[in-house]
Design a protein around this ligand. Structure first.
Ligand code: BG6
Length: 492
């Protein structure tokens, strides 16, 4: 990496204020992404970064803790000259976001790093425990730090955004008491992944796929987010959340909405988000008492022995569900979603299974066409179709047409989702951020399901072996619909 000229920079001074700057998110994602943007010349020369946290650190200690933290995660190692240049823009203010006085002190620090006499833009990034979102936002309001006078103020809010529909509505209301919706950037990092953005390009910049992207040609859609990791040291959060709040309400529903949305008339944030909201709105709601018929939930063996997990916890670490999108395009096409921790593979994949030919003139039975969109790793696609085996009478075999970012873009590194999202928030492009109504629609879908499984008479989660493909129950679940999970392992 080499520092480029900063020609792409925004002319006005801008400060990125990370609230909760001593946590993992800052070290693992925010600082490496900002440093990468800096090295690529995409962070303007006028950008400063100010971290605030309760740890009593000097500025130098804070900078040192960032590099130590990043080295520990082994994900990032900038060369020392770049790092020195970059860190000269990092500042620290010790304080508690829940204290009005401490935010006044932060305001003083910000003024000391911002050019005197010219208002600077500010991006407040809430890298905080969710219970602090409310106090932080209210204090930003009461100290006048959210006011826009010849400058902009934006706030980035991490997930989880609420724990159910009601709390999400209350949080939206609180946020809107201080910030207008156009100033709010709710992050779902899945939307920042290149392959997810590419899905929009795939669908709407090509003419050949759109005519078949509907119930006439598609039999079912399967979205899988499988993880090998366990909950490790996150049990405090995870046991309250479970897989449905942690993965389905946000990442999986976002993937579903990008697969199923109608084309907006232009790539403009609100037009795009309107279409996603319409999809979520069309997802059939389930009554809590029927949730167990459309969802399978399970817990990996050994979860109860993880440190911090309460005895007898019924928190699911795996779920598989069927959702229906009740509109003209998707009527009758089931969307199967599944996600779990402690599985055999780290993989995010969207599988589109097409219908079989209406009549088969060949004696041999064949598998239907499949389009696999590999969101991660080995980002790319596979289109599986039938071909005649050479030198045989009429023997058919599935073959594979593939595209991989690696091959087609000369090995160019795929940036972390946070790089894209931070840059978009700085430039004010909210296309890849979740709007307030979108969050609420997603909770409306998940709430009854979560409540259904929380009922005293709900079945206990099934169990599955760590390193397996998930519970057998998930296979039975699809078998009841006369379908099976498409578990392909393509070699590339
Ligand atoms: C986070 C969840 O939002 O996404 C984690 O809280 C999960 O539990 C992570 O591990 C998965 O993200 P990625 O980008 O590694 O697939």
């Amino acid at each position: 990496m080499t520092s480029k000229s900063h020609a792409e920079s925004t002319p006005q001074a801008t400060t990125i204020v990370i609230l909760g700057a001593s946590g993992d998110l800052t070290r693992r994602k925010l600082i490496p992404s900002l440093c990468n943007l800096f090295c690529k010349g995409k962070l303007g020369p006028e950008v400063q970064i100010v971290g605030m946290a309760r740890s009593n650190l000097t500025e130098q200690e804070f900078r040192d803790s960032l590099i130590e933290g990043m080295e520990a995660f082994d994900e990032f190692s900038p060369d020392s000259q770049e790092w020195d240049e970059f860190t000269s823009r990092i500042h620290y203010c010790h304080g508690d976001v829940a204290s009005n006085d401490d935010l006044q002190a932060l305001e003083e620090t910000l003024r000391s790093v911002e050019p005197a006499g010219t208002p600077a833009n500010r991006l407040y990034y809430l890298a905080l425990a969710p219970f602090l979102y409310g106090p932080a936002i209210l204090n930003l309001g009461s100290t006048g730090m959210a006011r826009e006078e010849n400058c902009w103020r934006r706030v980035v809010i991490e997930k989880p955004f609420g724990v159910d529909l009601q709390s999400a509505r209350e949080l939206n209301k609180l946020v809107h008491s201080v910030f207008a919706e156009r100033q709010v950037f709710r992050i779902d990092h899945y939307l920042g992944k290149e392959t997810v953005q590419n899905l929009l390009v795939f669908r709407f910049a090509n003419t050949i796929f759109e005519p078949i992207w509907n119930r006439n040609y598609i039999d079912n859609v399967q979205i899988t987010v499988s993880e090998t990791v366990s909950v490790s040291d996150r049990a405090g959060y995870y046991d309250q959340a479970g897989v449905m709040r942690d993965m389905f309400q946000n990442h999986l529903l976002q993937l579903l909405s990008v697969v199923a949305m109608e084309p907006p008339s232009s790539f403009e944030a609100d037009l795009l988000r309107n279409e996603k909201v319409k999809v979520l709105n069309a997802v059939r709601r389930s009554a809590p008492e029927f949730a167990t018929q459309t969802v399978v939930h399970a817990q990996y063996d050994g979860y109860l022995h993880e440190s911090g997990v309460p005895a007898g916890s019924r928190t699911p670490t795996y779920a598989a569900m069927r959702l229906n999108v009740d509109n003209w395009r998707w009527q009758g096409v089931p969307f199967y979603l599944r996600s779990g921790k402690g599985l055999n593979d780290k993989r995010t994949e969207i599988m589109i299974e097409f219908r079989r030919p209406p009549h088969l003139m060949f004696p041999q039975d064949i598998s239907p066409n499949i389009l696999a969109i590999q969101v991660q790793p080995d980002e790319g696609w596979h289109l599986e179709f039938q071909a005649k085996s050479p030198d045989e009478k009429m023997e058919l075999r599935p073959v594979d047409l593939e595209f991989h970012y690696d091959d087609s873009f000369g090995g160019q590194a795929i940036p972390d989702a946070y790089e894209r999202l931070l840059l978009d928030a700085l430039t004010g492009d909210a296309s890849l951020f979740t709007r307030s109504d979108e969050i609420e629609e997603a909770w409306e879908i998940m709430d009854p399901i979560i409540r259904g499984f929380a009922a005293p008479d709900a079945p206990a989660p099934a169990s599955y072996v760590v390193g397996s493909n998930g519970p057998e129950l998930a296979d039975d679940f699809l078998a009841k619909d006369d379908r099976r999970w498409l578990n392909r392992s393509w070699q590339h």
